[in-house]
Ligand binder design. Structure first.
Ligand code: NDP
Length: 255
């Protein structure tokens, strides 16, 4: 299948019932937006979700919704990726290894937008925080969780990109650069893991989606002109499910 055919299949993907039964996923930024919608969708297909995010109340709300629907009991990991240390990622991996033993999927979804401003006037503090959350935390978390992913018979790592992570655009500053870095980390890992493990690594560009981040980036836009997070999930489920195991290093769009 060439890439255009794969992309089309991802857009059209309909997830068979129980596709993710008994599989264990960790999603960052699972308390809101696309991460929350993905957590619910995977849980409805039978997965156990480790909900990682910054705001405990938001994570608890997703937790409660999953419980109320009678889906597999999730786990909560409140963690601020802007300040988490390598040691804390290591401790997290130890705790999750004890509780779950293995991990079938890691979705790097949490991100900060930062400032929309020219590079010349970009604030260094903002630059550092965006790179910390969007890039460094993804590296630390991946490194810490790789031993758990190796225990899976069908492991997956999914990075979240953006249109400005595939072609730079004026004023998108650290956010654009961080998304290019996510594509780079995805490609390096995909090649490193291809022949020696069952872990497959991809990236996805959600495209303009009705979330808080989108409203922050485009305050003048009418939100209803954008798809909701729940509407853009077929390509996510394609890459995280059995279809995504057939390839590695794919960079797809969700819409
Ligand atoms: P949201 O702002 O709705 O969600 C982002 C999530 O990341 C939130 O749950 C947020 O937590 C979490 N997060 C942010 N900072 C941290 C941190 N320091 N530590 C832990 N968690 C953190 O945005 P989207 O759902 O739109 O974004 C999801 C992904 O999609 C991002 O990677 C984004 O770059 C990408 N994307 C989105 C597009 C869109 O149009 N929406 C387009 C292209 C890419 P909290 O809620 O607690 O703040």
């Amino acid at each position: 299948m060439d890439i255009a055919a794969i992309q089309e299949a991802a857009y059209q993907y309909v997830c068979p019932t129980d596709t993710f039964k008994d599989r264990i996923f960790l999603i960052t930024g699972a308390g809101d937006g696309i991460g929350k919608a993905l957590a619910l969708a995977l849980a409805r297909q039978g997965a156990t979700i480790i909900l990682l995010g910054r705001t405990p109340e938001k994570l608890e709300q997703v937790y409660d919704q999953i419980e109320a629907e009678g889906l597999p009991q999730p786990a909560l990991v409140p963690m601020n990726l802007a300040v988490a240390t390598a040691e804390q990622f290591h401790e997290l991996a130890g705790m999750l290894t004890k509780e779950f033993g293995r991990l079938d999927g890691l979705v790097h979804n949490a991100a900060l937008l930062g400032d929309i401003t020219p590079i010349e006037s970009y604030a260094e503090g903002t630059w550092d925080t965006v790179m910390q959350v969007n890039v460094n935390a993804a590296f630390y978390l991946t490194r810490a969780l790789l031993p758990m992913l190796r225990q899976s018979n069908d492991g997956r790592i999914l990075f979240t990109s953006s249109s400005v992570g595939r072609k730079g655009r004026a004023f998108w500053g650290a956010y654009a650069v961080s998304k290019f870095a996510n594509e780079g980390l995805m490609q390096v890992l995909a090649e490193e893991l291809e022949n020696t493990t069952k872990i497959r690594v991809h990236s996805i560009n959600p495209g303009g989606t009705r979330t808080r981040m989108r409203a922050q980036a485009f305050p003048g836009e009418v939100p209803e002109t954008r798809k909701t997070p729940a509407e853009i999930l077929p390509a996510y489920l394609y890459l995280l499910g059995p279809e995504g195991a057939k390839h590695t290093g794919l960079a797809l769009n969700a819409q």
